[in-house]
Write a protein that binds this ligand. Structure first.
Ligand SMILES: C[S@@+](CC[C@H](N)C(=O)[O-])C[C@H]1O[C@@H](n2cnc3c(N)ncnc32)[C@H](O)[C@@H]1O
Length: 218
């Protein structure tokens, strides 16, 4: 697949710090350890990994990392314990034999069709080691998220190239919970994300109407 406009990845890079903070909070609550201790020696899979920069941070914390993306926009070189695979999700799911402790699905589910999502969730449990955890961020589906992501982010602020999103593919937390339940997984937490366009920064929020994080475990 041809390279995506680099502008596409800029707001995603602004999200990296808040993702790390969200995971740190969940890990402290669920496992009682710091995020730095947690990622040491973990097997981490990042589906729809984009440039691979976010995943690389966890390689630097001592994890064994695999990233998968249909677009070859990779910014980081492969090395031992850090592999970026230029593959379509379905192709990866068919050929993968590895198991992971942590799976990242950041800003990814809203780019998949209902069928692709179903296939992904049918495969998640068998790709996870015991005590596995899936960290997600995605877009809620409602008129407000449609307005902000399309009218404001794409058309007015031009934070993202036009047609980045199809609002029909956005996912309500209740739908995510059902997808998880049907596949013997449990939705442990959701938390809203807010964006300040002046500071170009994201914060954790109690309002999950637009972007939100979720944690799923087996
Ligand atoms: C919004 S970006 C998120 C990138 C990264 N997770 C992040 O948050 O920085 C979505 C990514 O999913 C990838 N993608 C979309 N459909 C895919 C598919 N069927 N298989 C693999 N990757 C896919 C795109 O190429 C893109 O890099």
């Amino acid at each position: 697949m041809k390279k995506i406009d680099q502008r596409y990845y800029e707001p995603l890079e602004q999200m990296m710090a808040i993702r790390h903070n969200y995971m740190a909070k969940i890990i402290q609550n669920e496992f009682g350890i710091s995020i730095y201790d947690f990622f040491l020696g973990k097997k981490v899979l990042d589906l729809g990994c984009g440039t691979g920069k976010f995943l690389h941070g966890y390689y630097e914390l001592g994890s064994d990392c695999v990233g998968v993306d249909i677009t070859n926009n990779f910014f980081v070189q492969n090395k031992e314990k850090f592999k970026l695979l230029n593959l379509d999700l379905n192709h990866f799911l068919k050929k993968n034999k590895l198991k992971f402790d942590v799976i990242f699905l950041f800003e990814f589910l809203e780019h998949l069709t209902q069928t692709q999502r179903k296939i992904l969730f049918n495969n998640l449990r068998k790709m996870m080691n015991s005590n596995g955890v899936i960290f997600i961020s995605t877009l809620n589906r409602n008129p407000i998220s449609k307005f902000f992501s399309i009218n404001i982010a794409e058309n007015f602020l031009k934070l993202l190239p036009k047609d980045t999103h199809d609002p029909e593919l956005f996912l309500k937390p209740s739908e995510l919970e059902n997808l998880a339940k049907k596949n013997n997984l449990g939705l442990k937490n959701t938390q809203g994300i807010s964006y300040n366009p002046l500071l170009k920064s994201f914060r954790l929020s109690n309002i999950d109407l637009i972007n939100y994080f979720a944690t799923i475990s087996n």
